[in-house]
Each structure stands twice: as C-alpha cells, then as structure tokens.
Design a protein around this ligand. Structure first.
Ligand code: ADP
Length: 261
C-alpha cells in the first residue's frame, strides 16, 4: 500500500504466557508521517512498541525496519525511543540539561571520552530543536515535567534518528503546556523531517495533531490517514473504547510559556 515504509508490520500476534495481547496486527509507518497509536489502557500499545524495538520477539508475523527484516537490522541509531519511564529518571541526580542530552551520545563516543567540538554542536542542536537552549546549564531536577520530557526527547535526537518513538509523552506535561508540546513535535516532524510515532491512551487530544491514526485494542480496529479516521468516529469509536468519546475539532489557545518559576 505505502512506498518504503520506515516500519512495516504484517500479521503480528503476540502472547505473554497464555494471554493473547496482540492479534493479526498490520501497521505501516510511512516516511515523514506523524502517526498516533491510540487505545485504552491494557490494549497492547507498549507491547507493540517493544516488538518494534526488538525487545520482545513475536512467534507469528513479519517486521521490517527501513525495508530490511528486523532480524538482520543493525542500525538502531536510526530509531530514537523515549519510554514512558523517562519521567521517572532520577531527577534528584545533579546533572544539567546539557549533560543529560550528551548521555545520548555515549554509544557513539564512549562514556569517558571527551566530547569534541562537532559533538558539542550536535548536543546544542538537539537542545535547540526542542526549544530548551535557555535551560542548557540548568539542573534537570529544577525543570517542569514538560521541560524534562523535552530534554529526554533531545537526548534521543542527539544521535540523529530518522524516526522518534514516544510512549505516552504528555503524561507529565501540565495541561496548559500540552499544546506547546505538540507544537514542538510538529516542528520536529515538519521542519526537521523526523518521522514520529506516538502512543497514547488519550484519543481526544491527538486526532487533530497527527497525520495518521492507528486504533489498537488487541486487534487493529483502524489504521489510516487522519481524514479517513474522521469517518471512524461516533458510535464505532465509542464502542471501541466502551464509553462515549468526544474528539477535539479545534485547537485551544494555550499559554506557550512553559518556564517553571
Ligand atoms: P498498554 O500499553 O496499551 O497499556 P500493554 O502492552 O502494557 O498495554 O499491556 C497489554 C496487556 O498485556 C495487558 O493485559 C497487560 O496486563 C499484559 N502485560 C503487559 N506486560 C506484561 C508482562 N510483562 N507479562 C505478562 N503480561 C503483560
């Protein structure tokens, strides 16, 4: 269906012991897409991400990354990942934003090697791309949840991935800063050309942000462009969730100033 998808999953099923968690999953992530995978808690979203990242091996199905079978794929630097647990990082640890982001390069430069001028620029660029330049020298523990999340994204970006995978990234973001957070993701996607895959249980806020939607609940209930997703709304969507769901039809104005006083 799609030319050269970055991620291509066909017929994947997965069980933990006896519990079947994913059944016959097909999913394509085209280059340049901003895909939102939505589904209620326990619907298999994190499991699917772990499968994409090679942390869990399904017995059934086929997975390709950048056109290559996942079994042979080695270039994992092309895939950036920010886990749901990023926010439980020990933020009491005395590390600056710059130091946290530079730790994203340790695979490339080694833990104790000094960082050259080129690498310093890469770190500064990653920090700038998430709008955190002003906070570069600040201790990570002094920042708000949303700012910390931006720092973890910069840490994933510093090795210049083609795709960034985010598991529930707005969980620690204050509600008045969610819009600015999505604007930052939009900048990464549209201006910097990074393909984004975002997982969330919050279907209401995502539908007007993403180019593609996948609705997962053990089965893939819907997968396609956001325009087509509009048709999947109403009763069908509510029965998918088991309760009434109202999607946002317009964006709210939010205070873009996320500075923690
Ligand atoms: P989601 O991310 O959508 O909340 P998960 O992928 O975390 O869903 O979980 C899907 C189902 O798999 C749930 O029923 C959960 O209890 C179960 N599950 C998740 N991780 C494990 C595990 N390590 N062992 C056994 N069952 C698990």
């Amino acid at each position: 269906m799609l030319n050269n998808p970055i991620i291509d999953i066909q017929n994947v099923s997965f069980r933990y012991d006896r519990e079947l968690v994913l059944k016959d999953i097909d999913l394509s992530v085209p280059k340049g897409a901003f895909l939102g995978i939505v589904g209620p808690n326990g619907s298999g979203k994190s499991t699917l991400l772990k499968i994409i990242l090679g942390l869990l091996k399904p017995k059934e199905g086929k997975i390709s990354l950048f056109g290559e079978s996942q079994v042979k794929f080695k270039d994992w630097d092309r895939i950036g990942y920010v886990s749901q647990k990023a926010n439980s990082f020990n933020t009491g640890f005395p590390a600056t934003v710059y130091e946290v982001v530079s730790s994203g390069l340790t695979k490339k430069v080694g833990l104790f090697k000094s960082i050259g001028r080129k690498r310093k620029k890469e770190i500064d660029d990653a920090i700038r791309s998430v709008g955190m330049t002003k906070f570069s020298g600040r201790n990570i523990g002094e920042l708000s949840g949303g700012q910390q999340q931006r720092v973890f994204i910069a840490r994933a970006l510093v090795s210049k991935p083609d795709i960034l995978i985010l598991d529930e990234p707005t969980v620690g973001v204050d509600s008045q800063n969610v819009q600015a957070f999505y604007d930052m993701l939009d900048h990464l996607n549209k201006e910097m050309g990074i393909t984004l895959l975002l997982v969330t249980h919050d279907i209401g806020t995502i539908s007007n942000k993403v180019s593609h939607v996948a609705c997962l609940n053990k089965h893939m209930h819907f997968h396609g462009k956001t325009e087509e997703f509009e048709k999947f709304q109403g009763d069908e969507l509510s029965s998918f969730y088991g309760h009434d769901v109202h999607l946002l039809s317009h964006e709210h104005d939010h205070d873009h100033n996320e500075v923690k006083k």
